[in-house]
Design a protein around this ligand. Structure first.
Ligand code: MRU
Length: 353
């Protein structure tokens, strides 16, 4: 597992995933503006990875604020938080992480600015450690759904580098392999940014998990020919009613799985569940640069000059297509996700496994 993001002597090192798999390059971020640019430009992407990167960016930002006391510090720090929150709109982990950091700063306001700056570095590191532990729990809860000999299909990249480490959807596969199960993974290439081809295939090969790369439009063919046993994907935001926003193309795969009677699982930490969003239609969908569609890697043009382009980065899979949502507290039916907010209700009572 290579680090996705780390703090090294006052510098945030971000794995530049736009260069993978051909080069493994870390971008050195010396200010929060560079971290924000890195999130916007997908150096680091994937919901949990975006969250922890933002937290580290805010630790840098706190060091950049010039203030003589907390009252002068706070509005300037809030402005940095707002800038960080404007980087990407869909993955709720970004906002979850920013809110956690803001709360943390307020809780420590009496300790003095130097102490707050040091504590923020520790807190963002704690978020990284917690995310890895969370993903291992998701893996353990999810591995029971994979049987020895199964072929899994996945979309986008919900692997180690989409998180602080270990991965969510890929963490479930990793956990199954760690339990001694033999699996094979079909990897959707994931147009237009190719997170499947560039990142998931690369990560699975590093882990020596057998995989086959396919273009997105081949999934139906392999499902039709009984070559796939289950689908597992990650999530960018899960609404209260169990609808899931994830990388564009996830919805089509879920519908195909339903048609072929194949279970469709979503693996995500609790920080991806947004109980304040009622349903999938309330989730903001990021629209990205048309060049991602008209050009390969922003360089080779593959479409006529001036063609109209739509490029939504995510779609919503309605809860009815999802067999279970695998979280760090267990696997739940999508309709039961809202019960996680009902204090006093033991998840044991509605956990599937
Ligand atoms: O645009 P991206 O690469 O940030 O989109 C990532 C995804 O859609 C992932 O599947 C999702 O964030 C889950 S990552 C554990």
């Amino acid at each position: 597992m290579i680090p996705t993001v780390e703090w090294k002597n006052g510098v945030v090192m971000m794995l530049d995933q736009t260069k993978l798999p051909l080069e493994t390059v870390y971008q050195e971020c010396r200010d929060y503006q560079t971290v924000a640019k890195g999130i916007r430009e997908l150096w680091v992407r994937g919901a949990p990875a975006i969250g922890v990167s933002a937290a580290m960016g805010l630790a840098l930002g706190a060091r950049q604020v010039q203030a003589s006391g907390f009252d002068e510090f706070w509005p300037k720090f809030e402005a940095i938080c707002a800038e960080m929150a404007a980087t990407r709109p869909t993955a709720v982990n970004l906002f979850w992480a920013i809110e956690r950091i803001k709360r943390f700063v307020q809780e420590n306001r009496d300790k003095g600015l130097d102490a707050i700056r040091d504590l923020l570095v520790q807190e963002s590191q704690r978020m990284i450690d917690e995310d890895i532990a969370t993903n291992k729990r998701i893996g353990a809860y999810g591995a029971v759904f994979i049987e020895d000999g199964d072929t899994v299909i996945t979309h986008c990249n919900a692997g180690s580098i989409a998180t602080a480490g270990y991965g969510t959807a890929e963490g479930v596969m990793r956990a199954a392999v760690e339990e001694g199960k033999q699996i094979h993974v079909f990897v959707d290439e994931t147009r237009p940014v190719l997170q499947g081809a560039r990142l998931t295939a690369w990560e699975l090969m590093q882990e020596k998990i057998p995989c086959t790369l396919i273009t997105d439009n081949m999934a139906g063919h392999f499902l039709f020919h009984d070559r796939i046993d289950l689908a597992i994907v990650g999530a960018d935001r899960i609404a209260r009613n169990g609808d899931v926003a994830n990388k564009i193309g996830t919805y089509s795969l879920a519908v195909l799985c339903r048609e072929h009677g194949i279970p469709f699982y979503v693996a995500a930490p609790l920080s991806t569940i947004d109980l304040s969003t009622e349903s999938g239609s309330d989730i903001p969908i990021e629209e990205r640069d048309p060049r991602e569609v008209t050009h390969v890697f922003g360089k080779v043009q593959i479409a006529p000059e001036g063609v109209a382009v739509a490029n939504p980065a995510f779609d919503v899979t309605p809860a009815r297509y999802i067999t279970a949502i695998i979280t760090d507290r267990g696997a739940f039916r999508p309709k039961d996700i809202q019960k996680l907010s009902d204090t006093g209700l033991d998840p044991e009572t509605f956990r599937i496994k």
